[in-house]
Design a protein. Structure first.
Length: 425
């Protein structure tokens, strides 16, 4: 068995040079068999995290239509594959599929999809082997996805607008985890987003966050948001302060676009050693802190003018101290101002009640956001009137931990030593 595992991992590493998404399924299936893991298959989550789609090696058509067997597409809600994805732990199949394992494909906190293999053993060594294989497969996927149109087609269930294409290629992954923070973001409408954007990055002991909401919902709004994010990155990579960064974004927008376009923005720094956050508001909604199962209200900060309007209202640098385990929530008005068909707003209170309820369940941050976005979409019957963005940051404390990495985090109702579940939702 040990030799078989070594042969599997060595074979995958050797094949990784020159790998493409098209030949990845055959290579993984062939190499996994050396370790007794039969019929290995890779499923990727779609952009809105509704379904898991089989990587066949043959791709999809340009419209995102699936081909082949009925199990080429599996729902995330209500399936063992989906439970592996949402709970971040390996799951056994049900009924005739009890010899089947579903293991999440994770890059830190980012959920990519799931790996399916057949193996009747449920021992700890098998589970660890599955998790390590899934980790390596995830790295192989990440190494090819940015230059793969096949990947882009597979994770889309319908055509995307040019503005949305622009935005998704600008922003960082929707989830990230380090030893001290977990970050997760969601953005809708996924296939038609116009002017919303988010950004984050680490530099030494500081986490930089930004949420942007550009005027309009068209390609021009997307260009404005792209320019604002690019200017923000350029300034902070030259060690600009938050005040200086806002000023640089404004100068860039005015120089390139005149006074015809503007963005609201919240720019935030977190010192991971102390938990202190500093931020500036440029006519944007105030952040919210979730602490010990409740929310503390909006964090006050005098707002400056929207960036690009040149109204001369200076930005104020505000400060707040986080406690270990606190979650910082940033959002755009498309979340709180979403309206039901009857015209009732989703509202800040409903938004925070949802966050608190799912926070109490101990769900991973990305899963809380997935359910939130689906709830907002359902509230508007799937027809958002404005871009809706929400970004979470959870500070684990000054001492680096391994929290936020799915394979090392149990669901609350599982024993701490158990990483496996075959239980239905």
């Amino acid at each position: 068995m040990t030799r078989g595992r070594e042969r599997m991992f060595q074979g995958l590493l050797d094949a990784s040079h020159g790998m493409s998404l098209e030949n990845l399924p055959d290579v993984v299936r062939e190499q996994a068999a050396h370790a007794g893991l039969r019929e290995a298959s890779i499923y990727l989550a779609d952009l809105q995290e509704d379904v898991l789609r089989l990587v066949t090696g043959h791709g999809l058509d340009a419209g995102g239509s699936t081909r082949g067997r009925a199990d080429d597409e599996l729902p995330i809600d209500g399936t063992p594959a989906g439970r592996a994805y949402t709970r971040l732990t390996p799951q056994r199949g049900e009924g005739a599929e009890t010899g089947c394992w579903w293991t999440p494909l994770l890059d830190g906190a980012e959920r990519v999809g799931v790996l399916r293999v057949e193996n009747n053993d449920s021992g700890e060594l098998t589970v660890r082997t599955l998790q390590r294989l899934a980790s390596l497969v995830t790295l192989l996927i990440l190494s090819v996805r940015t230059q793969s149109d096949s990947y882009a087609r597979l994770v889309r269930t319908r055509p995307m607008t040019v503005a949305a294409e622009l935005q998704w290629n600008l922003m960082p992954p929707r989830a990230f985890a380090s030893g001290q923070v977990t970050i997760s973001a969601a953005l809708e409408p996924a296939y038609g987003v116009g002017g919303d954007a988010f950004d984050y990055a680490l530099a030494d002991d500081v986490v930089h966050l930004g949420v942007f909401d550009a005027m309009g919902h068209d390609v021009a709004a997307g260009l404005t948001a792209n320019m604002a994010v690019a200017a923000c990155r350029n300034a902070r990579r030259q060690n600009a302060t938050l005040i200086e960064t806002g000023e640089f974004i404004e100068r860039t927008l005015i120089e390139q676009l005149g006074n015809d376009r503007y963005v609201t923005a919240a720019l935030i720094d977190l010192d991971t050693r102390t938990g202190e956050i500093t931020w500036t508001s440029h006519a944007h909604h105030s952040p919210v802190v979730v602490r010990e199962g409740t929310w503390t209200g909006l964090l006050p900060c005098p707002p400056s003018h929207p960036l690009g309007t040149d109204l001369g209202i200076g930005a104020t640098l505000c400060r707040e101290q986080l406690n270990p385990g606190d979650r910082l929530v940033l959002y755009t008005d498309g979340i709180t101002e979403a309206r039901s068909p009857a015209g009732e707003e989703f509202g800040l209170e409903r938004f925070m009640d949802f966050i608190l309820a799912h926070n109490a369940e101990g769900l991973p941050v990305p899963e809380t956001l997935r359910r939130l976005i689906h709830s907002v979409l359902d509230y508007q019957k799937g027809q958002l009137q404005d871009d809706a963005t929400v970004l979470f940051l959870e500070w684990h404390g000054p001492t680096p931990t391994r929290q936020g990495f799915g394979e090392l985090r149990s669901h609350p109702d599982e024993p701490a030593t158990s990483r496996v579940s075959g239980r239905a939702d």
